[in-house]
Design a protein around this ligand. Structure first.
Ligand SMILES: Nc1ncnc2c1ncn2[C@@H]1O[C@H](COP(=O)(O)OP(=O)(O)OP(=O)(O)O)[C@@H](O)[C@H]1O
Ligand SMILES: [Mg+2]
Length: 452
């Protein structure tokens, strides 16, 4: 069993405490002793233990009272009742109150170790489940946050376009929320029960994009060992989101155009036409009119796509939304049980920053600040905004980020801080950081962290 598992022994029999502690230390546990319920409560308030071995009959504060306190204060702490034969009934009552198990005195040490190990496994599982639940809850939301008149205008138009069948083109700088908006249009459209399928036109070479989009027949090309459905087929009845449409090659554009005009397409290697009922939303951070001028984009395709155009303004042009979004990210990204807040100067700094990477950048800045902040208040320096050209922070020009501490360095510093703080108790540290134990272990390995 790993050395970092902390056991608290609480029994008014000092000799028993001493022996038990020695035995546990020999087994590789960390163990502390207290001789009364009152001290047990103090100890639990000050440190995260994994298991509490708890006697029932003590002078000042009884085991039952300690158990009550633990259930409210540290529900993941596993309590094993140490009880005399005569108190079995009381021990059973304690189990009903939430104790993990009981061991009768005189105890069999092997039995006790087995029970402790099972209790630790149980605690780890409990912690993992809580984190998972939390993550699931966090992922559910995908609303568009914002109250500025600029974003409200876009949302109003998006609501209207959701009700129509027309194709939509979403324009906006990187990170302004184009994909989020596309999903919003889909979710609010009569097609919402059908699939929302995404393809990034810049992510694959031409032929692969074509085969992803329209599918292929067996033998259509060397690697086509079986036939494959295209995304337009999968999206039938729903919405197809063509991300970075400005990157689609000029040779593939006519095929897309034909599909947009007729709803018909051919799988690669097929001689028959298929048809699919798909509403298309395209997104781009390029100026497509300029792309048309330079012969990279077909004018007729643009006209098919931009029946409705939604333009997402950069974040620096809707400053009103900055704090709202920052607080939203704080809420969903702070560790469970310790939500962090922005200091007033931090708020001012954010409002005056130019956000070249828009909402995504703000998201990352907050995520980094949560890791970096030493307490519950996010201070200006925790934001780690570009420092070399101070003017940039206050300008509206969207200059490049420079001299930022690398995210990995920041993460490493914070992990060491957190691990030290929780006495290298991996389960507790992971729990407090809001990450899984597995992730914590992999990060410890990645950064070769060791306890000093
Ligand atoms: N108004 C908003 N409310 C809440 N979250 C937002 C908002 N706008 C953007 N986001 C979040 O910011 C991140 C970036 O958004 P998204 O991926 O939609 O941007 P994008 O414009 O598609 O970026 P890119 O051009 O780089 O593909 C996502 O995590 C998204 O959920
Ligand atoms: Mg995108």
């Amino acid at each position: 069993m790993s050395k970092e598992n902390n056991i608290l022994i609480c029994d008014d029999d000092e000799t028993l405490c001493y022996l038990l502690k020695e035995q546990l230390l020999e087994e590789g546990f960390a163990a502390q002793t207290v001789y009364d319920g009152k001290d047990a409560i103090e100890a639990v308030k000050g440190k995260n233990y994994d298991v509490l071995l708890l006697d029932l009959n003590m002078n000042e504060v009884s085991g039952e009272e300690v158990l009550k306190f633990v259930s409210g204060h540290s529900p993941s702490l596993q309590v094993i009742i140490l009880t005399a034969q005569s108190d079995i009934k009381k021990a059973i009552k304690c189990i009903k109150m939430g104790a993990y198990d009981f061991i009768s005195k005189p105890y069999d040490f092997d039995d006790l170790i087995l029970t402790i190990n099972r209790a630790i496994d149980h605690k780890n599982l409990l912690v993992k489940t809580t984190i998972l639940e939390e993550q699931i809850n966090k992922n559910i939301q995908s609303d568009i946050i914002g109250t500025s008149k600029e974003i409200l205008k876009v949302i109003t138009l998006a609501n209207k376009s959701a009700q129509s069948e027309s194709n939509v083109l979403i324009e906006g700088e990187t990170g302004t929320g184009k994909e989020l908006l596309a999903e919003y249009v889909h979710r609010n459209s009569p097609r919402s029960e059908k699939p929302f399928v995404v393809i990034n036109c810049a992510s694959l070479p031409d032929q692969l994009i074509e085969s992803e989009l329209f599918g292929h027949e067996r033998g259509a090309f060397t690697d086509a060992k079986t036939s494959k459905q295209g995304l337009v087929e999968i999206a039938d009845g729903g919405t197809l989101f063509l991300d970075e449409i400005g990157e689609m090659s000029i040779t593939l554009q006519p095929k897309l155009l034909r599909f947009l005009e007729s709803g018909e397409y051919r799988r690669i290697g097929s001689v028959s036409n298929f048809s699919s009922d798909v509403r298309v939303i395209g997104a781009t951070n390029k100026k497509l009119l300029e792309e048309i001028e330079s012969n990279n984009f077909r004018r007729d395709l643009l006209f098919r796509l931009n029946v409705i155009t939604l333009t997402l303004p950069p974040l620096r042009e809707r400053k009103e939304d900055i704090l709202l979004l920052a607080n939203h990210f704080l809420e969903i990204k702070s560790p469970i049980r310790s939500p962090k807040r922005l200091a007033p100067d931090t708020e001012a700094l954010l409002i005056n920053y130019s956000f070249p990477g828009n909402v995504r950048e703000l998201d990352h800045i907050i995520e980094r600040a949560i890791i970096f902040a030493s307490d519950d208040i996010i201070k200006p320096e925790d934001l780690n905004l570009p420092v070399t050209n101070k003017k940039n922070q206050y300008s509206n020009t969207g200059d490049e980020m420079t001299d930022v501490l690398p995210m990995e360095e920041v993460e490493k510093i914070h992990l060491v801080k957190a691990l030290d703080f929780y006495g290298w108790d991996r389960a507790t540290t992971a729990y407090k950081l809001g990450i899984s134990i597995k992730t914590l272990y992999s990060k410890i390995r990645k950064y070769s962290l060791t306890q000093q």
